[in-house]
Design a protein around this ligand. Sequence first.
Ligand code: NAP
Length: 482
Amino acid sequence: MSGFAAWLKEANYINGEWVAADSGQTIDVTNPANGQVIGTIPNSGAAETSRAVDAAKAAFPEFAAMSLMDRVGLLWKMHDALMDNQAALGELLTIEMGKPLAEAKGEIAIGAQYVRWFAEEARRSKGEIVPPGVNGRRILVTKHPVGVVGMITPWNFPSSMLARKLAPALAVGCTVVAKPATQTPYSGLAWAALAEEVGYPKGVVNIVTGSASKIAGEIMERPEVRKVTFTGSTGIGKLLIRQSADTVKKVSMELGGNAPFIVFDDADLDAAVEGAMVSKFRNAGQTCVCANRMYVQAGIHDAFVAKLAEKTAALKVGDGMTAGVEQGPLVDVAAVEKVEEFVSDATQKGGRIATGGNRHGNGGSFFEPTVIVGATQDMMFAKEEIFGPLAPVFKFETEEDVMAMANDTEFGLACYAYTTDMARVFRLNEGLEYGMIGINSGLITTVEAPFGGVKESGMGKEGGSQGLEDYLDTKYVCIDGI
Ligand code: NAP
């Protein structure tokens, strides 16, 4: 297929068929850069989801029994299909989500890397033979696909968030019912088109769009769905954990963050500013691992702020499809209003705007890349995820102080520190309550490593060898009398 229009699917994919909602109702999908309607998607609910679960359940035994190399071969084809269509899939992503095309194409490439990684990992998913405590016994520990997996994904990385779930599930022989975010459904539906193109058996991949509460409600209620994997806000994650109790499903939760970005006096200033720009402004600040609070030590503070503000002011804002644009629109106007609330709260409490601070002249959901200095722990962004292009800078004096401030949150996803002191790096690793720590790097997501948080940022890992484990049940067999 070529051109993004070929990948724009305006239907559910259930049991190998592209189908409308039972009611025939649809939801408009708009381009956040200009407000134009791109197309529609089915407004589905419990009934369509129920059929998707039935299809996934029916497809599971045969798919789980498919030879490993056949399953791996499908993933190789999926990887190649993604990369062959990277430009078109990237355009589709930019048009529905707003991020610059280069970032969108990068997201497609990262998704392809996850597919390849899990194809490789599946071949190394080993059991164990454990020494028995008594003679005459053998103890075997074996791994098995969990079964039907429900997947619910957010709008900020509409392609790669699904990649990190679909790839390990399909690698080990699970079947899938997925619900993409309503604002960005096409990158999710494109995975169904890819699955169809490379030849997955019908019922293995099912994607349903529409009412989140009805679709998720059905996924959570059905006992045949043995695992649910969710990426999104902590509030919805908690709801799903509660709902999972009745059928005791396994759950993986990739939830919100509130990342501290710490710059010590001994840091390489230019590298720290570079890392801060990437960590803060990628995807217009709408990533769960975005630097949310920049803590800068007193000795380097003023130099850091001057460079950060200069680089921030130079960012090119515009439609993500325009060449050279570095920051697109926010996902919607509600997101802009939220950033405005953070700005006004901070300025009322003594914060000073170093650059930006207002809606962008492009109108719509564009917002100026912003730096606020003089941030303090009583400001809203000290506690809440900003999810926008606003960098608050806090000044600190000692390592002990900053460690306490960094950990003063219920979240524990990613954090960052810039320092050249290796002894300090070990203290940070031991003291920072985060699932991921970037030392002298503002961009740490990679397929080889386990992505995931601690505390209220979630449970379970995506990527690394751990990312496969989440889709496997462990059994043991005790063979006696030998
Ligand atoms: P969200 O509102 O929680 O939505 C995420 C998904 O949940 C969407 O598909 C949404 O569907 C669905 N949903 C909404 N209400 C639901 C309900 N009652 N039951 C079940 N599902 C429901 O989050 P978001 O605003 O899209 O995404 C931003 C959040 O995701 C941030 O907090 C960010 O930190 C987090 N995130 C975390 C990671 C990570 O790996 N830890 C990665 C990316 C994002 P609709 O679109 O139809 O509403």
